[in-house]
Design a protein around this ligand. Structure first.
Ligand SMILES: [Zn+2]
Length: 421
């Protein structure tokens, strides 16, 4: 159906034809007359018809144009002229209300870029963007009990390459996106939020970034700062990876060596939390080997690498412990930090400093809410969708538009503000 049934009753279609793949409908409103605003006379006297071309895309990829004959009345008594209604769109617009609604609902899907909307609905990309900017000025969402702060890479063309994404831990809704992660930006943003609302926040989960830790407690007075455990594990993994690279460099001159093969092509088994003992035929060694046996070979390459691996595994098992008692967790963490310090491995000595510096926040990460540890883990998926939005669009140059798109397309209940008459 081309028009809603209510509209069809008031329309007169005088002709329809197809030209270059576009459907044209020549229509006017049935003349129901008008009450003159000048003298109050009811009349049906037409002065002229003004022809208007309106994009009316109802079906994806099926272009349709309305040739609307817009009636102008002329009062036979006082001579005043008046336009009849336009049931398709507002006066200044050449796109029907229904098309605008379709474009906006098409853009609700995060993986539909502006370009695709333009193609489907046969309007210019700039027009799609204009519609989006006009009707998708998104408000932030209210602060909640548990909030995650995480950064997402935005653009290499900007001086500040990362934006800060704030997410509700429990339902993963995007609360807001800030243009960068500078202390000053975060501070002025938080300052602008009502104290009562800020005081609602009981937990703020962050990666090990000093500026978050410095600024957030100044404004979120009731928030316990939690270091995201996934991020901490990544940081420990980085220490192990640096040791791996260091050892690998020694084998670089002989690319066919066992050492080079293991460290270059089988590095993934270093970072897993378990090793399979199922033998799989290995083309390098020409015999079936399990991950367990490969790891043994890897450890034989270098004592430091073997120790680094054990330290990494020790952190994983610390991190996976279900602590009921934070004092016990603190003891274990301190013991771990100490074993890094005395390991003699530079990368793990550096790590021990970072971990010491973040002890409190790491211990905070063991507390559970509704059976779940507070972390940025559950929001990882949101961030990957944000990255997809960027990728599909080949990047955004306009931050506000990017922010609006994220909030509009990733929050299920977010709505646009277009309300046709
Ligand atoms: Zn009149």
């Amino acid at each position: 159906m081309l028009f809603s049934s209510a509209k069809e009753e008031e329309l007169e279609i005088s002709s329809q034809f197809e030209k270059k793949g576009v459907l044209y409908y020549e229509v006017k409103l049935i003349n129901r007359g008008i009450i003159c605003k000048g003298c109050g006379t009811y009349h049906t006297n037409v002065k002229e018809y003004i022809h208007k071309k309106i994009v009316h895309s109802i079906y994806y990829g099926k272009p349709c144009t309305i040739l609307f004959k817009h009636r102008r009345f002329l009062c036979p008594k006082c001579g005043k002229t008046a336009m009849d209604r336009n049931p398709f769109c507002s006066e200044s617009c050449r796109i029907s209300d229904q098309t605008i609604l379709n474009i906006l609902s098409f853009l609700k899907r995060y993986n539909n870029p502006f370009r695709a909307a333009a193609e489907y609905f046969r309007v210019a990309v700039s027009e799609v963007i204009r519609i989006f900017d006009r009707y998708c000025q998104m408000d932030r969402n209210p602060f909640t009990k548990v909030m995650c702060f995480d950064e997402v890479y935005f653009s290499r063309k900007r001086k500040k390459k990362y934006v800060l994404v704030i997410i509700n831990f429990f339902n993963r809704a995007i609360i807001d996106v800030l243009k960068d992660r500078d202390k000053r930006t975060i501070a002025s943003y938080l300052k602008g939020i009502d104290l009562k609302e800020r005081n609602r926040v009981e937990y703020a989960c962050i990666d090990m970034n000093d500026s978050y830790r410095e600024v957030l407690p100044r404004y979120l007075h009731n928030a316990t700062i939690v270091a995201d455990s996934f991020h901490v594990v990544k940081r420990v993994g980085k220490a192990l990876d640096e040791v791996r690279k260091k050892v690998m460099r020694r084998y670089e001159s002989d690319k066919k060596s066992d050492g080079y093969y293991l460290l270059k092509y089988r590095e993934e088994i270093l970072f897993g939390d378990s090793l399979s003992d199922k033998p799989v035929y290995n083309r390098h060694f020409h015999l079936p080997l399990s991950e367990f046996e490969l790891m043994r070979k890897m450890k034989e390459l270098d004592k430091e690498l073997a120790d680094a691996y054990d330290l990494y595994q020790a952190y994983l098992s610390f991190n996976n412990t279900d602590y009921m008692d934070s004092l016990k967790a603190l003891n274990d963490l301190e013991e771990y930090i100490n074993s890094c310090k005395v390991s003699g491995i530079k990368e793990f000595i550096d790590l021990s400093n970072t971990l010491s510096n973040w002890k409190t926040e790491i211990i905070n990460s063991f507390c559970k809410l509704k059976g779940q540890r507070v972390s940025n883990g559950p929001i990882e998926g949101r961030n990957s969708l944000i990255k997809k939005i960027l990728k599909i669009a080949n990047g955004y140059s306009n931050f506000d538009r990017f922010r609006n798109r994220i909030i509009y397309s990733l929050n299920k209940f977010a709505t646009h503000s277009f309300r046709p008459d």
